[in-house]
Design a protein. Structure first.
Lengths: 268, 301
């Protein structure tokens, strides 16, 4: 466990050195600037748009961090040949993979937490500066605690994307890993269509193939509850738990596969 | 030269060159003004279903972008010269907005107001307003406000009081609907298009939680006040007709002490008086125009 923690902390420190926290400043500036501008452009929908923008920006910034750092987690060590020094220490290969993953998840957790605080700060400012009549027109309260549900699922989705990027990183080049991770992210959001393939195709084989792909590819569209949350439509605790548990299973499967592939690699 | 001095010199050089570039840019724009090309507004993707797929997890944010575009398109055309008011993309933009975010209440409700507004204040398309609101009902069948708004379009813009009563009744049947909807549906069937019903309806919308709806209701109530004032002035002018062979004029009524001055509407525009019939009307130059009794004028084809 200590080895995993050491590797994780070194990944976190490296991400800070790589100026990842700059994304937080950009996020805060984006939100604050938008909150000033949107009032001029929209018909009293500024709070909805700030929520949409905050949640989307959290997901996009997180996606870029997860992908671009995730794809280099293993391959960079191999390219720099620092893997030899690492593996000569008392760190097993599974510990190395788990540590790398935990480090990036820690980086994402810090980023998502700070972005959440910034979003709530802007929403608080908007809530306190608007009149009660104006606030009454909002679908959901400005500082709606339910926003945390959407953010939680965004975070689980980012954990899945990180696991995907790490998985590709164990056997592929960074460029190919990035392409594959983004590709899987896009396909993951179309995934729900594969489930209903039987509605447009008669062939049983094609339907089964589509069904197989539906289960194989990460079902990322399930993690997207932003629309419902912003409009104050309830998302049940059962749905949250089932989706988070699905994400955990998918991450576990990918990490295990990553460990297997990485264990078989020969660095002699 | 030391490294520090060299860096400072380079920095100063960069600032100088950049400032010179800005100066040149300003001078060029002044000497050779460029005409901004008139670009026809364009929609690259018209299918809401396709756009929703392309948006991945960012459909809510994209719906905001299309909503802002719809408002800018409506406002831009409304403020443009008379010849340019086409509102060509208004319905497609609202359709895309609501396809991306089916729960975007204000896009349905205010979009319907934009669409049904008489030309030149809007495209004068109550049919598209009804289609948009029906789409909203498809997404949220229990939302009584959408039924009320459809009834309203039938009442105000189409003057179809039977259809209006039908939709008010449907609104009243939805859970959580206010209790004034049922008597409203009944009165619609019996008295139809009287101003008292119109006033009642707009007063209800004045209680709306949407600021823009409240502002529209305020304007409509002012228009109704102006219509009632015009009707009173017509009665007055006809009760005190000018001497035989003379035209109806405000000056004549003022001179005879019937009025204290030329009557003005709330925007400060004088009412017009038909010289032949003595009928008083809201001035075409009044900020209250277009008046509801000239509603549903469509775009020239």
């Amino acid at each position: 466990m200590r080895a995993v923690r050491s590797v994780a902390l070194s990944v976190f420190r490296e991400s800070v050195r790589d100026r990842v926290p700059y994304s937080l400043v950009l996020f805060a500036v984006l939100l604050i600037a938008s909150s000033f501008l949107l009032g001029q452009l929209t018909a009293g929908q500024d709070v909805k748009i700030i929520k949409d923008l905050g949640l989307a920006a959290t997901a996009v910034f997180g996606l870029f961090i997860a992908t671009f750092i995730g794809i280099g987690l293993v391959s960079k060590e191999v390219e720099r040949r620092s893997i030899y020094a690492l593996l000569s220490k008392p760190v097993s290969r599974p510990q190395f993979i788990l540590g790398k993953y935990a480090g990036l998840v820690l980086t994402l957790a810090v980023n998502v937490s700070v972005m959440t605080l910034a979003l709530y700060a802007v929403l608080a400012w908007m809530t306190f500066t608007e009149s009660p009549e104006f606030r009454a027109a909002w679908d959901a309260p400005g500082m709606d605690p339910a926003l945390l549900k959407a953010i939680a699922l965004v975070f689980v989705e980012l954990m899945v994307v990180t696991a995907v990027a790490l998985f590709f990183s164990t056997f592929s080049t960074p460029l190919l890993s990035a392409a594959l991770t983004f590709g899987l992210y896009v396909v993951g959001h179309f995934n729900a269509d594969l489930r209903n393939f039987d509605r447009i195709v008669d062939s049983t084989a094609a339907v089964w193939l589509a069904r197989g792909a539906y289960h194989l590819v990460p079902d990322l569209s399930a993690f997207d509850v932003k629309l419902q949350i912003v409009h104050g439509i309830p998302v049940s605790a059962g749905y949250m738990l089932a989706t988070a548990a699905y994400g955990a299973c998918y991450i576990a499967a990918l990490l295990l596969l990553s460990v297997v592939i990485f264990s078989r690699r020969d660095f002699k | 030269m030391s490294t520090r001095s060299w860096r400072l010199l380079a920095l100063a050089g960069a600032v100088t060159v950049f400032a010179a570039g800005i100066g040149l840019q300003v001078a060029r724009d002044r000497l050779y003004p460029r005409e901004a090309p008139e670009l026809e507004p364009l929609l690259y993707v018209r299918s809401g279903a396709t756009l929703k797929r392309l948006a991945l997890a960012f459909d809510a944010l994209l719906s905001d972008v299309y909503w802002i575009r719809a408002i800018q398109h409506y406002g831009g055309d409304r403020l443009a010269g008379h010849q340019e008011r086409k509102y060509r993309l208004l319905y497609p933009l609202l359709d895309l907005t609501t396809s991306l975010d089916p729960y975007f209440t204000i896009a349905y409700r205010f979009g319907a107001i934009f669409l049904s507004e008489a030309y030149p204040g809007g495209p004068g398309r109550p049919d598209q307003a009804v289609a948009l609101l029906r789409k909203g009902i498809g997404a949220q069948p229990g939302k009584w406000q959408y039924y009320l708004d459809i009834g309203f379009v039938h009442y105000w813009h189409l003057q179809d009081y039977t259809a209006a009563a039908h939709w008010f009744q449907k609104a009243a049947d939805q859970p959580g609907a206010p209790n004034w909807l049922r008597p409203l549906a009944a009165s619609m069937l019996t008295v139809g298009g009287d101003r008292a019903s119109a006033r009642f309806l707009w007063q209800q919308l004045l209680q709306s939680d949407q600021e823009w709806l409240r502002r529209t209701a305020e304007r409509r109530l002012l228009q109704i006040d102006a219509l009632e004032a015009a009707a009173r002035l017509t009665a007055l002018a006809q009760r005190f007709p000018p001497p035989a062979g003379q035209p109806h004029t405000w000056e004549d009524l003022v001179r005879r002490g019937v009025l204290r001055g030329v009557p003005l509407d709330v925007t400060g525009a004088p009412f017009e008086l038909d010289a032949g019939t003595g009928e008083a009307r809201v001035s075409p130059r009044s900020a209250l125009q277009p008046m509801p009794d000239v509603a549903t004028r469509r775009l020239p084809s």
